[in-house]
Design a protein. Structure first.
Ligand SMILES: Nc1nc2c(ncn2[C@@H]2O[C@H](COP(=O)(O)OP(=O)(O)OP(=O)(O)O)[C@@H](O)[C@H]2O)c(=O)[nH]1
Ligand SMILES: [Mg+2]
Length: 218
């Protein structure tokens, strides 16, 4: 997702270019909020829930395209690298509940490391994306979990590993992806932002995992 050319009536997208400021599966320290960035769970069924979703993974793996596919049901083949972080909102309904999903779509570029770090601690869940045609992006997955852990993501924050670009010839086999996911207590899905394969299922599963999860202090 980027600030360019968005049209979906129900998706309000605002791109934010942030300056560097040093500053959220299974990842380290717990959020001090006690509710994993989810709007007050005691209000469940009464008012709209708010959840904050992060995208993690190396540059070019397709994070923005996955969010765009989910929010706008379209695919952009041109690579428009995210500058720092893009923000978007998608209102949706899940199991009869109104949910406001805030997407924080992070750049995978090392240059934006400091920009990313302030976003982990308050997030509710994340997708962790690698490109099945790019072994290096797969090998980088532990570093992303470590970054999230180090900068305050909740220990049990739901994360779904996306093996993206499965419409292309893969060099990382599904079994390797599954092994990584299982070893880290995460789930693993093959996805294609191009064809849309599994994209809605991934996000709806992530939202469900977040909403049905008890608060840390609950
Ligand atoms: N064939 C194919 N190409 C994809 C897919 N997803 C993304 N791409 C392409 O991969 C390139 C990078 O996609 P982005 O979504 O911008 O990647 P990103 O992870 O957001 O990259 P950064 O913002 O730089 O971190 C673009 O040219 C996309 O069109 C997919 O599922 N299949
Ligand atoms: Mg991007």
């Amino acid at each position: 997702m980027s600030s360019r050319g968005r049209a979906a009536a129900d998706a309000v997208i605002a791109s934010r270019r942030r300056s560097s400021r040093g500053s959220g599966g299974v990842v380290g320290k717990q959020s001090s909020s006690g509710s994993h960035g989810v709007g007050d769970p005691s209000d469940a069924g009464k008012k709209q829930l708010r959840i904050k979703i992060l995208t993690m993974g190396d540059a070019g793996t397709g994070k923005s395209c996955l969010v765009k596919r989910y929010c706008e049901e379209r695919f952009v083949s041109k690579y428009i690298s995210t500058i720092g972080i893009d923000y978007g909102v998608k209102p949706t309904t899940l199991k009869g509940r109104d949910v406001r999903v805030n997407f924080w779509d992070m750049s995978g570029n090392e240059a934006f490391f400091e920009v990313r770090n302030e976003f982990y601690k308050d997030c509710s869940g994340a997708i962790l994306v690698y490109d099945v045609t790019n072994k290096k992006s797969f090998d980088a997955l532990p570093n992303w979990l470590e970054e999230a852990r180090k900068y305050g993501a909740a220990q049990d924050m739901p994360i779904i590993v996306c093996a993206n670009k499965v419409d292309k010839r893969r060099v990382v086999q599904e079994n390797d992806g599954m092994q990584f996911a299982v070893a880290n207590g995460l789930s693993h899905w093959d996805t294609s932002a191009q064809s849309g394969a599994n994209v809605t299922d991934v996000f709806e599963t992530l939202f469900t995992n977040i909403i049905e999860r008890p608060p840390i202090n609950g």
